[in-house]
Design a protein around this ligand. Structure first.
Ligand code: SF4
Ligand code: SF4
Length: 402
């Protein structure tokens, strides 16, 4: 099928606005292009959008949109170029395919998330089954793909007892398909999620994952013209609201000194979102400091780099930038509020102790966490997961010619 037949949504980049000044990519911390090189590339790309190897540095973090003096949305052009690359490939890299959830309706079968869900015990599976069924509640908490790997954590939390939980195995916001350049598929996944959410009856949607928040509150209105017919609140604001109204209280302050590490979606969700995360961390007893690159300059944990081509080398290259930030912070404890960042920092940033803010919030408020991430680490070491990871390792490790 041709690209044009796939054009079901607005790509976003405005060629009319763009003056080819190159400020977008010249200011990008993932490349060291000179201003002239950046101008030359942007001229070429805007005249004929397609995949250019010179763009392989881009991890689609979205930050160049804020550098553009003409509001031309250059990051959307980067997505579009990657999409050309994907469509031209004979086969979607299996290492990336395995990392994308929500593609069940597209005919894809196994993926990492589904494999973890399948390997859960009876109690957890029953919880997941219940979460897949639409609910009626004042607040509906959508549990994202990664948090869903630890069902009892959310289901058994006293603090979260009044929010109905929702999220079936294939319910995904589509972010990783989109990040990987499968734009049509990604937006179809997102649209399916909106329809699934609408099967519920609720007053307010609480989002546990910032990626979901970015897709549902920013990308869907911009790209699909869908405005959600219900208010959305982040789980951080939800906890803050409970603390401020007395509906919850800190029973077990953490007394932790940690550097906060913003994920790619942080700045995309706005200053209020970033401030709420910090306020909540402080309220539960974390003495937070900032990385040299946070907020509008936040560096990726590596996972977005992986979604350029499904190669470990690209992941490592990006993760090393984050590591440099960790070293400069002088701290040994790193607080992430993206479950993906937390997982990757845990596995691939030796010498640093990775913390997940939501887990620590539950610990501080409830005094316990039914299934901490340490349970997930054990699950990931099981033979079935290890075997499936090994089967995509060749695709992830072999070098690729851009
Ligand atoms: S997208 Fe914006 S920053 Fe980039 S070249 Fe065009 S006008 Fe300049
Ligand atoms: S999307 Fe991010 S990585 Fe890509 S050019 Fe823009 S700022 Fe750089």
């Amino acid at each position: 099928m041709s690209l044009d037949e796939h054009r079901l949504f607005t790509r976003g980049f405005s060629a009319e606005n763009c003056i080819q000044c190159g400020k977008c990519i010249a200011g990008c911390q993932h490349t060291d292009l000179t201003p002239q090189q950046a101008r030359d590339i942007m001229k070429k790309v805007t005249i004929k959008p397609q995949w250019y190897p010179e763009l392989s540095f881009c991890i689609r973090c979205g930050k160049c949109n804020y550098r553009c003096p003409k509001d031309a949305r250059p990051s959307d052009l980067e997505y579009e170029c990657l999409e050309y690359k994907r469509r031209a490939e004979q086969e979607f890299p299996s290492s990336m395919a395995y990392a994308i959830n929500g593609m069940g309706a597209e005919g894809w079968s196994a993926n990492f998330f589904r494999d973890v869900y399948k390997g859960l015990g009876k109690t957890d599976k029953n919880i997941l089954r219940a979460w897949a069924t639409p609910k009626k509640s004042k607040d509906l908490l959508f549990i994202g793909c990664t948090d869903r790997m630890l069902p009892r954590t959310w289901e058994e939390s006293q603090t979260l007892r009044n929010a109905a939980k929702f999220g079936g195995p294939d319910d995904c916001c589509g972010v990783w398909a989109i990040q990987g350049g499968l734009l049509d598929e990604g937006y179809r996944i997102a649209k399916r999620l909106v329809n699934r959410l609408l099967e519920n009856r609720f007053d307010r949607l609480v989002l546990g994952c910032g990626h979901c928040q970015k897709v549902l509150t920013r990308m869907i209105p911009e790209k699909l013209g869908i405005v959600l017919p219900f208010p959305v609140i982040s789980i951080y604001d939800y906890f803050l609201e409970m603390l401020e109204t007395g509906a919850a209280r800190v029973t077990t302050p953490l007394n932790l000194d940690a550097v906060i590490s913003d994920p790619c979606f942080g700045y995309e969700n706005g200053d209020e979102f970033l401030n709420s995360v910090r306020r909540l961390a402080t309220k539960i007893g974390i003495n937070i400091s900032e990385l040299p690159h946070n907020r509008e300059n936040a560096v990726c944990c590596g996972y977005n780099g992986y979604f350029n081509n499904g190669k470990v080398a690209n992941f490592v290259k990006t993760a090393l930038m984050k590591r440099k930030d960790f070293a400069q912070s002088g701290k040994k404890h790193v607080m992430s509020y993206c479950p993906g960042c937390h997982l990757f920092n845990h596995y691939f940033q030796p010498g640093y102790k990775s913390h997940y803010l939501l887990e620590d919030v539950l610990l501080a408020l409830d005094g316990k966490v039914a299934e901490p991430f340490s349970v997930l680490y054990r699950r990931l070491a099981r033979p079935r997961i290890a075997w499936n990871l090994a089967s995509v390792a060749k695709s992830a490790l072999l070098p690729v010619k851009e």
